[in-house]
Design a protein around this ligand. Structure first.
Ligand code: R2B
Ligand code: URA
Length: 298
């Protein structure tokens, strides 16, 4: 961990009982007894939708002999479940929403591990989601090697008035290699590659089917081809920020696993059937659980 990047000014007071930490968007605080069983957390798994979180927790519980599932009471922002060492939490859509979830979860992990940096080093983080493929057919699963923004540069935020905060939004190679190795026998393709995180589903992903249309067929195809030539394999909306923040604190183990819903070189609209979409989404879960089984159950 990079202790110099952890907000000790605020967080150390939580450990020594000086003040509580209120994880407002999750509806819990560091003083809630509900968090006590979570001290043993080994992995934090995030996904966009609350429904997936409930399914993931149910599945992980069944793989762990029907382990008890702890549900956080507040569900109007994020849905959260904990079972058998894994905390599952939804993050909504886009980096503004997901950054709220991630920052509160990072604080929660700091509290749960009592600020023990070696214990925090052991925690695995992942986002499992959907994406648009770049040169890949719908149904491929991409394990991200590097998160970039729409200009192929790393994640950054405005530093109002004075410039820009830059983040390292690469993903640890040992982890994405291990995830791919744990999934060598699937009936679908699992590949690694760079992933663009767009701040917009339509405009920053160069779609022509939004209410607003700022690109042409030519400029869209030129952008997509440029992404492809530079090793981008899919486009989603959270990964670059997540890698940037997790790297900032120095977590060594994290990943993003996304199924592709369509090949953006062939279109903009998501026209897969509900059955196909269900299978695509299930497959990204299969990739996650094959890895979790290989690391946490063996
Ligand atoms: C993938 O899918 C969502 C948009 O449909 C967004 O959260 C993302 O990253
Ligand atoms: N999610 C995205 O952000 N983009 C897509 O094209 C599909 C899913």
């Amino acid at each position: 961990m990079k202790t110099e990047n952890i907000n000790h000014e605020f967080l150390d007071g939580v450990l020594d009982g000086g003040h509580a930490d209120v994880y407002y968007h999750f509806g819990v605080s560091s003083e809630d007894a509900l968090l006590e069983p979570l001290r043993d957390v080994k992995a934090v798994i995030m996904a966009g939708s609350g429904g997936r979180i409930k399914e993931f927790a149910d599945h992980w519980s069944s793989l762990n002999g029907g382990s008890e599932i702890v549900a956080f009471p507040k569900e109007d922002r994020f849905v959260t479940r904990y079972t058998a060492g894994v905390l599952f939490a939804s993050h909504g859509m886009g980096m503004p929403s997901a950054s709220i979830a991630l920052q509160e979860l990072m604080r929660m992990v700091f509290f749960l591990k009592r600020g023990d940096l070696a214990a925090m080093d052991e925690v695995f983080w992942a986002r499992v989601g959907t994406s648009g493929g770049v040169g890949l057919p719908g149904g491929t699963v991409v394990v991200t090697s590097e998160g970039v923004m729409a200009d192929l540069k790393p994640y950054r935020l405005l530093q109002g008035g004075s410039g820009t905060y830059w983040f390292d939004s690469t993903f640890p190679a040992a982890v994405y290699d291990a995830i791919i190795a744990a999934n060598s026998h699937t009936d679908f393709e699992v590949v690694s590659g760079k992933t663009v995180a767009g701040n917009e589903f339509f405009l920053e992903q160069f779609r022509l089917d939004g209410a607003l249309r700022l690109e042409t067929e030519d400029s869209k195809m030129e952008w997509l081809q440029w992404l492809h030539d530079n090793g981008v394999r899919n486009i989603e909306m959270e990964g670059a920020m997540m890698a940037g923040y997790l790297n900032h604190w120095g977590f060594p183990k994290f990943a993003m696993i996304c199924c592709t819903l369509l090949n953006r070189l062939e279109g903009d609209q998501v026209t897969a059937t509900p059955e196909q979409l269900h299978k695509f989404s299930e497959d990204s879960g299969v990739v996650l659980f094959n890895y979790l089984k290989s690391t946490l159950l063996s």
